[in-house]
Design a protein. Structure first.
Length: 198
């Protein structure tokens, strides 16, 4: 964020020490003396993360310079870029992970929207039909007046039958949390992130 300010200060120092002082001045610095390189942070530094893979610590980062090197090499030797780009360029597949090594999250709502856009809405239809119901959405719509499990079950059954209509088959789908799953790994990541923030 301070790159422009630092650059301006360095320019003023260079002008004062290299150009404005006379040749006879003992404090004058030679014009061709190598300047010290500034280790300024860039956006590329924000996308670095150390992860352990097979016992080794790896630095994950999105390296755009790599593509430039490949194009230069491809012009020098016979290199088929289509073949090169068919292989992974990092230790983790980008389809499964972000640049910082965290799991890439999927948006289920987008999938549902694409399915809904591809299927026309039919008001009435003949023949056999099936109905798939999101069980958690029905549970969350309960008003809380059911004091016993019997009351909850009766209300749920009533709502399911209303939703299903005259369908030949009804599937009620609830969230399932398995010990070994992407969701479980995501929850572990969220817990570790919150611990780090604390």
């Amino acid at each position: 964020m301070n790159a422009q300010k630092i650059g301006e200060e360095l320019y003023q120092t260079f002008k004062r020490e290299h150009l404005e002082k006379t040749a006879a001045d003992p404090d004058r610095v030679d014009f061709f003396v190598t300047m010290k390189k500034q280790q300024l942070k860039t956006f590329g530094d924000m996308c670095k993360k150390k992860v352990k893979c097979k016992g080794k610590e790896l630095m994950l980062r999105a390296d755009r310079i790599l593509f430039g090197h490949m194009i230069v090499v491809a012009q020098t030797i016979q290199l088929d870029l289509k073949d090169v780009l068919s292989h992974l360029l990092g230790p983790i597949p980008w389809a499964l992970a972000e640049g910082d090594g965290s799991l890439r999250k999927t948006d289920k709502a987008k999938l549902m929207k694409n399915v809904a856009d591809a299927v026309p809405v039919v008001e009435s239809f003949s023949g056999r039909s099936a109905c798939v119901i999101n069980g958690m959405s029905i549970v969350q719509k309960l008003d809380g007046n059911q004091w016993t499990f019997h009351d909850v079950a009766k209300t749920l059954l009533k709502r399911v039958l209303q939703e299903a209509g005259k369908s030949d088959r009804v599937d009620i789908v609830f969230d399932v949390y398995r010990d070994v799953s992407i969701k479980d790994a995501e929850r572990v990541g969220l817990v570790s992130d919150s611990i780090i923030l604390l």
